[in-house]
Every structure is written in structure tokens, then in C-alpha cells.
Design a protein around this ligand. Sequence first.
Ligand code: NAP
Length: 337
Amino acid sequence: MSNKRAFITGISGQDGSYLTEFLLKKGYEVAGLIRRNAANETGNIEHLISEIKIYHGDLVSPESIAMALLDFKPDEIYNLASQSSPLASFKDVFGTMMITGIGAVQVFERVKQIVPKAKIYQASTSEMFGKPSQIPQNEETPFSPANPYSAAKELAHRMAIIYRNDKNKPMFISCGILFNHESPRRGLNFVTRKISAAVAVLKNNKKEGIPLNESGEPIVKDGKLTLGDLDAKRDWGYAPDYVEAMWMILQKDSPDDFVIATGEMHTVEEFAKEAFETVGLNWKEYVVVDDKFVPPVQTGPLLGDFAKAKKILGWEPKTKFPDLVKIMVHSDLAKFT
Ligand code: NAP
């Protein structure tokens, strides 16, 4: 068992919660940074709260990062905090830049000053490939971000490499270029979760307390689920598989970048078809499209080549696409009764 200390920003998010479970099982002492809200809700880590240490703070408050690092003195830092929605980033350009871009640099700089020997994992994203010049994408594929979110992520990614290569004070910062990964803990503003939740609402014939989408509307209205671009192509994996890769990346002796993906591409339509079929429904009878869910500049097709991660880390995805869809649908069937 490990006696290491891991500090996670964005601990209450999808990945932060799975990573916490994973590291606790490995014997880590885990702490995380969360933004305090009026209701004092802790998101996806409510069930873990007694086993971890919480620091209240914000990525745009460097002082709060510094205080946590000074007190906890972690060996490993996982910088997962982010405004993480590409579509939402068009509506909050500056907030996204400050949190997802500059916020990451704040973390790097505070780590450099306070715990310079600590290893940092930076959550980079396949969205940085934008409209990619090659399929599949690997660590050498040029970036061409197509939304404010991925532009901010590219800033953080480039800064990670600059800190890493500083010959006077090189830092251990590794970047995981993760392709989309989903789970029952995915936010309802993401298309996969919107689909699994809507399938559950429709199958369970739920009429009250229907979950809301990012526009504040019920995800199922008049018996229909509204989606954006059904032809959008993504490489979707299962989040618990991907947090294991984050940890593996930090166990290496030197920092590096790794693409983490399944190597399989599917359309939104295929996801919807698979999800509705899981409960014996025909997606065509329930799905309508609306351009408001299509980003003004489109990303993709995204398909990841994880050969480097397989060779150097020994990582490969465990969960196949149909199983991922079923996990999400079955979880939502039990949740939205
Ligand atoms: P998520 O569920 O949206 O979680 C994001 C976390 O960041 C939440 O805990 C959120 O806390 C926190 N956060 C947001 N703004 C913050 C701020 N100003 N200060 C401190 N914390 C803040 O995202 P995820 O899916 O777990 O993804 C984890 C990371 O990987 C993110 O950086 C994401 O961009 C990146 N990534 C994700 C994917 C994917 O497919 N999931 C793929 C590639 C990269 P609140 O609850 O307070 O909002």
C-alpha cells in the first residue's frame, strides 16, 4: 500500500470522484479543492467525504491553491478542475479562459514555489485537435482548437511543456490527452448523459422532476429529447478506465504526454440508437434536433490512437462502447424513477 499524498483539483467532478476512489484503494491520502456553494453540496464525492480532506478554494484564487499546498504537501497533484463544457465555453469565454487556461498555470506556478518536487497531472483534451488534420489522432497530431474551452486547454498544455523543459528548474508535469469519457456521473449538459437520462425518463414514464438540460429545460419535453448534431463523431470511453491511466502517467520516472482513448469512433446517433435499444425503444420516435445544441464552430471527427500509452504505460481501455451505454442507461433507470 502507498503512503503517498494526492491533491486533486476538480475532485467533485466526474473524474475527480473516480480518481479519489481509485487512489484511496491504493492507500493514498487524498485531499481536494472544491468551490464552496451556498448549499454546501459536494457533488460526486458525497459518499467519500469522511475519507478525504477538503480545502475550499477556487482555481482563480491562487491564494487558495497555495494555502492547500502549504498545508497538505502532496506528492502528486491532479489538476482536473475546469469549466469543462466546449459548448458552454462559447457563452462564458472569459470564465473558461480564467479557470481552464490561466487557472492551470496558477496551479503550476504555486506547485513550483511550494512543493517543487511534486508530480503534476494536467487534464488535457482531445478537443485540442479541433478539426483534425489526421485520423486517428496521436501525440504528434497538430492542435487546432475549435472552441474557447480547447483553446484554454491548449494554453495550459503548452505551459505544462514549458515548465517541464525549463532547464533551471524543470517540473514534473505530464499531460493526459484524454478523449471523451463518460459514466453515470457525467454532467447532464453532456450529450451522452442527456441521452441516458432521457431514455430512463421515457422508459419509466416519469412525469415530475424531470432533470434539466443546460438551457434549464426538462431533457424530455412533450415526449421528445432534443439533441444537436447527430453526425458528430467521438471516441467514447468509460471514465473509471481513464482515471487509472492518469495515475499510471504519474508513476513514470519522467514527464510526458499520452493520448488516452478507445480507438473506436461512434456518432451521437449510434449512441442514441444503442441507448434506446437497451430498453426496447426506437430512438427515431423520440429524438428531435435543434441547432442551439450545435456549437458555432465544430470539432471532430475525433478518434484516438492510444498506442504510446499501451506501449509505455501498459494501459488499454477495458470497457467497450455497448457496455458503456448500458452502464449509463441502467444507472439512470434506477435514478430517474
Ligand atoms: P467535470 O465533471 O465538469 O468536473 C470539473 C470539476 O472542476 C468540478 O469538480 C468543478 O467543480 C471543478 N471546477 C470548475 N471550475 C472550478 C474553479 N474555478 N475552481 C475550482 N474547481 C472548479 O469534468 P470531468 O469530466 O471530471 O473532467 C475532468 C477534467 O478532464 C477537466 O479538466 C476536463 O476538462 C478534462 N477532460 C475531460 C474529458 C471528458 O470526456 N470527461 C476529456 C478530456 C479532458 P464545481 O462542482 O464547483 O463546478
